[in-house]
Design a protein around this ligand. Structure first.
Ligand SMILES: *[C@@H]1O[C@H](CO)[C@@H](O)[C@H](O)[C@H]1NC(C)=O
Ligand SMILES: *[C@@H]1O[C@H](CO)[C@@H](O)[C@H](O)[C@H]1NC(C)=O
Length: 995
């Protein structure tokens, strides 16, 4: 029995079907239009019981059992080498069928980039037992003509008697071996590739996402990379796939000018040695399920197929590595200015009236709101491109969006990845979006050519086949047509791992049951868990906590009673499904090597690996790309729907290169302080992945938030590029206005964010144009301080803003460091009172006052910031007058840059760049470009860190006396006001000098 019929028969067992009670239906009907209906049994989403290889004591060790390869026929050229690799002994076939002959190609592509490719020599289309990732889906740049002079990297190789072919990648300038497989065996089978690389003790790796983990990955972690729809478990595979790492090596400089690699953690507080660092990057271009095993002295890559396709980036700085990586995968998309406004969302805004009520409340409480979002509530029975005719009808929606747009606000709805397959027995269930896609062969198939039918929110669904151009065209048409009915401003792409709530094609033969309820209870449905609260809730809300505890106890009692019948003797040992390789064929649903997938079986809660694309490619080979491809298709669709306007897209599942079309949110986190902390390393990792437009569900998605957590979190996220509050269905409301103290804290943090918007936008322009990062780790800004190697509780926004948030419950202070302050290389200024930060008295750690409602923010000396003011929207903020803040570095100079354009055109026809430089007593402004939309008055200039009152208080711009200045000896600031009428009221109209 194949999987499909097996599951179909499961569904036919009536006792497993749990029809929804009418109570459940009426509870749910506030947010859905479900009537009482068939519920897919939970067992439909259960896969085989598998033991991940890393936990299997009986698992074969490929290094012990396999023969390795020997290289022959090596041909060297000025730009690389080619060789043939032959299995150096009899096949081991541990987790697949060994491939006897391989081709090795090494290309020195630029002076900083080396490409190593190892693939089967005989790729036949008849017996496609392996899959090579098409450059149609993921680019694979080759030699750039004329770019390669002499490489900073060297590839060396050797055949050894015991392990055969191994290679090293060495950085020439330092002689440092960056990557070495020497002394380990290469294993290359149709369903298993293993590459073991040496590492020195205590190595520093970053990246390898997507994962909820500290920024520094450490040396005791298995990074499974397999896109999964799962609510942010720690250390497991979640939505995105980023097989890339940055490695930082620190060196201690000895007296004799020799350097030694640092292999122990360095304590910041009592260490006076001098250090340097160097960085390199490794990108494994492979979309298969994979694992990267980080162990004490090695990093081992294991994939379930594909080829070895490695790009090495020589750095040597982190920004160099990021630039070099993004040159290969694509630089971040240019964001809309409005995308940096504040976004409010929740699951449970049940109709237009409720949704508009939230918008009105933000206005009433004087809290800026840029964009209101709808979750799946707006859909007609959870169908994409189909609004509920009663609760979210088009007429009212258009009028509402018109009101939003008139006020400079925006609207972004969710769009799901699966497409409802209508009930063929019910004429009124017809769904043109399905028919159009089906007619154009746009959906993924079963191996037998019939439609693959899984189950997602609407019931049984099909899934777009992004490998076909017809699916892309169909999706674009859907977006364009729907946009004519409801002029959305952007798209939020969800469920794109791609998620399916059952194993296999469970809807085959069952479409007449549609629509059906998912195989689990929705939040708030009777019998579902009652929500938890943040840490310390009982301390800050004693009464409410007590009643919540008793409610949850009675809920737990009820659950125990209900489930007691299913509890039986559990002493029997579990038996696991283990498969063995079959020569010449693959077992894609249950590969012999079991990765440590968070869902276990690869087919659980996802489209099954044997689902088949129209071009014959199995889902197994491209699973990790679905989320990337839907983002690309959506980008094309929005561009067609809104010609000339930059598409605004936030997606859940991403792959290397997704930043070129979209941003990302951190997925289904929880309303816990520790998830607030994890948002920082997650964001910093996405900086490395080229997806700087990142933010998490502020105040937490799952569970109830509370006043203290939401207060801290609304302030922290104000310094993340993507700033959105989002909440799950039926949890307590958590909009910024729900608690007075949170409203105050939000306005305070937003006031800073709005002033920094021109700076943030410029950072994003540089991300787009050059591949710069926006949110930055302490270690990247201070590369010679090894004590910062794992610092991820503070961060920089661009080069000049340091954020030191409170991340724990009940705290009123926060410990942080000001890198370079003790050493005397850097100065910092408190954002709020503009006063220079004094040096800590002992060590580097400083305890900073941070009462609830205050987030410590500092300007790093050396910056000139051009700021505007807070307004209710970014459109209005763009119309406010400018201020300039000069924050000199230790040498008394400062510089800044400003990129200006209309903030929304795909190809702006005019732009402007402003360079601002300051030194003792003068500020120079140089303007290039002709965009004039932001040529507004200059209100004032504040110069920080001025040690004594200037000898003269005459201020001149271009030689003409203007304004008035006041010196404050307490804060050491010089304030120059009254400049509104200078420069003809147009600050960026031309060059000027102030003295
Ligand atoms: C790789 O580097 C290691 C460590 O320096 C060295 O022992 C080995 O000989 C090198 N192998 C090759 C093939 O260059
Ligand atoms: C592989 O190369 C090594 C080193 O040259 C040699 O000792 C060994 O015999 C070779 N193995 C095979 C199967 O040719």
């Amino acid at each position: 029995m194949n999987l499909v019929t097996f599951l179909t028969s499961l569904l036919a067992v009536p006792c497993l079907a749990v029809p929804q009670t009418s109570t459940a239906a009426s509870r749910a009907s506030t947010t859905t239009s479900f009537a009482a209906q068939f519920t897919v049994p939970a067992s439909a989403d259960e896969g085989a019981t598998l033991l991940p290889n890393i936990y299997d004591p009986t698992a074969a060790d490929a290094q012990a059992e396999c023969p390795g390869y020997n290289a022959t026929g090596v041909k060297t050229s000025s730009t690389g080498l080619t060789a043939h690799l032959t299995l150096a002994g009899s096949a081991c076939n541990v987790y697949g069928t060994d491939i006897h002959d391989l081709d090795l190609t090494v290309e020195y592509q630029t002076d900083k980039r080396l490409h190593v490719n190892i693939r089967p020599s005989h790729v036949s289309s008849q017996n496609q037992s392996w899959y090579l990732l098409s450059t149609d889906y993921v680019p694979a740049p080759s030699q750039e003509d004329g770019k390669m002079t002499t490489s900073d990297l060297t590839f060396s190789w050797a055949n050894t008697a015991s392990t055969g072919f191994g290679f090293n990648v060495t950085r020439n300038s330092t002689g440092d071996v960056l990557f070495s497989t020497t002394g380990t065996k290469l294993v290359f089978e149709n369903q298993f590739i293993e590459l073991v690389t040496h590492q020195e003790e205590n190595y520093n790796l970053y990246g390898l996402g997507e994962v909820i983990h500290g920024l520094r990955l450490g040396n005791n972690l298995t990074r499974t990379i397999y896109a999964a729809d799962v609510g942010d478990p720690i250390d497991m595979n979640i939505y995105g796939s980023h097989p890339f790492y940055l490695q930082t090596k620190y060196f201690e400089m000895g007296n004799d000018n020799r350097t030694t690699l640092v292999t122990q953690p360095v304590d910041s507080n009592n260490d006076t040695a001098n250090y340097t660092s160097s960085n390199h990057g490794v990108y494994f271009r492979n979309a298969h399920g994979m694992e990267v095993l980080l162990r004490s002295d090695n990093v081992t890559w294991r994939t379930l197929g594909g080829s070895i396709d490695l790009y090495f980036f020589s750095g040597p700085t982190q920004p160099d590595v990021t630039h070099q990586y993004l040159d290969v995968i694509g630089q971040p998309v240019l964001q809309n200015y409005w995308g940096f406004g504040f976004h409010q969302c929740r699951w449970g805004y049940e109709n237009w009236t409720v949704t508009e009520g939230v918008v009105d409340n933000y206005a009433k409480f004087g809290i800026p709101l840029e964009t209101i979002w709808n979750d799946i509530d707006y859909m007609f029975q959870y169908r994409d491109f189909d609004n509920d005719p009663v609760r979210f009808n088009y007429t009212d929606g258009k009028a509402f969006l018109q009101r939003l747009h008139d006020r400079g606000q925006h609207y972004v709805p969710i769009i799901d990845s699966a497409i409802y397959a209508p009930n063929p027995d019910n004429q009124s269930d017809a769904y043109p979006t399905f028919n159009d896609g089906n007619d154009t062969n746009s959906f993924i198939l079963n191996p037998d050519g019939s439609l693959y039918i899984g189950s997602v929110w609407p019931g049984y669904t099909v899934f777009p086949d992004w490998l076909t151009s017809s699916a892309q065209a169909w999706w674009k048409n859907q977006l364009v047509t729907w946009h004519q009915k409801i002029p959305i401003d952007g798209a939020w792409i969800d469920m794109s791992e791609v998620s399916s709530f059952c194993v296999g094609s469970c809807g085959t033969g069952n479409l007449s049951l549609n629509p059906v309820h998912p195989p689990f209870k929705l939040p708030g449905e009777p019998g579902n868990i009652i929500y938890d609260y943040p840490e310390g809730f009982n301390l800050t809300n004693a009464t409410q906590a007590a009643s919540a505890a008793s409610a949850s106890q009675s809920q737990a009692d009820a659950t125990v009673t209900a489930s007691s019948t299913t509890v039986s003797g559990s002493s029997s040992s579990t038996s696991y499904l283990r498969t063995t390789p079959t020569a010449g064929s693959r077992n894609v649903n249950h590969p012999p090597y079991v990765i440590n997938n968070v869902q276990g079986d690869l087919a659980v809660h996802a489209v099954s690996p044997n689902a088949t694309h129209h071009n014959g490619v199995e889902e197994y080979d491209v699973h990790n790309l679905f989320g990337h491809q839907i983002l690309r298709a959506t980008y094309a669709g929005l561009l067609a729907a809104r010609p000339g306007k930059r598409p605004f897209i936030i997606g859940r599942s991403t792959f290397a290169g997704s930043g070129a079309v979209a941003g990302h949110w951190g997925g289904d986190n929880m309303s816990k302080f520790y998830y607030m902390y994890f948002s920082i390393p997650q964001a910093l990792s996405f900086s490395l992945f080229g997806i700087p437009m990142f933010g998490v569900d502020t105040c937490g998605f799952n569970g109830n938030s509370d006043e203290e957590l939401c207060n801290r979190w609304m302030q922290l996220s104000a310094f993340f590029p993507f700033y959105r509050n989002h909440n799950t269905l039926s949890a307590n409301p958590q909009e910024a206005y729900v608690w007075a103290s949170v409203a105050d804290a939000t306005r305070a943090a937003m006031a800073v964010r709005f002033q920094l918007l021109p700076y943030l936008y410029t950072l994003f322009y540089n991300a787009h144009a050059r591949g710069d990062t926006v949110m930055r780790a302490m270690a990247w800004e201070f590369p010679d301080d090894p004590s910062l190697a794992d610092a991820d509780r503070q961060f920089f926004l661009g080069p000049s803003i340091l954020v030191t948030p409170v991340l724990t419950q009940g705290a009123t202070t926060v410990d942080g460091v000001f890198p370079g302050l003790v050493e005397g290389t850097d100065v910092y200024y408190d954002w709020y009172n503009k006063t220079p930060v004094s040096k800590p008295t002992a060590g580097k750690n400083t305890t900073i006052d941070a009462p609830l409602g205050h987030i410590p923010v500092y300007i790093r000396g050396g910056a000139v910031l051009a700021t505007q003011q807070m307004a209710m929207t970014t459109r209005d903020a763009r119309n406010t007058s400018w201020s300039i803040v000069v924050a000199p570095g230790v040498d008394g100079t400062a510089a800044g840059q400003l990129y200006l354009d209309d903030g929304e055109s795909q190809d702006p026809n005019s732009t402007k760049t402003v360079d601002l430089t300051a030194r003792m007593g003068s500020l120079n402004v140089t303007v290039t470009g002709d965009y004039s939309g932001l040529d507004l008055p200059l209100a004032n200039i504040t110069i920080l860190g001025v040690q004594s009152a200037p000898p003269s208080n005459v201020v001149k711009i271009n030689g003409e006396t203007v304004g008035n200045s006041t010196y404050d000896s307490d804060t050491k600031t010089l304030f120059i006001g009254g400049l509104e009428r200078s420069l003809g009221g147009k600050v960026w109209a031309g060059n000027w000098t102030l003295s």
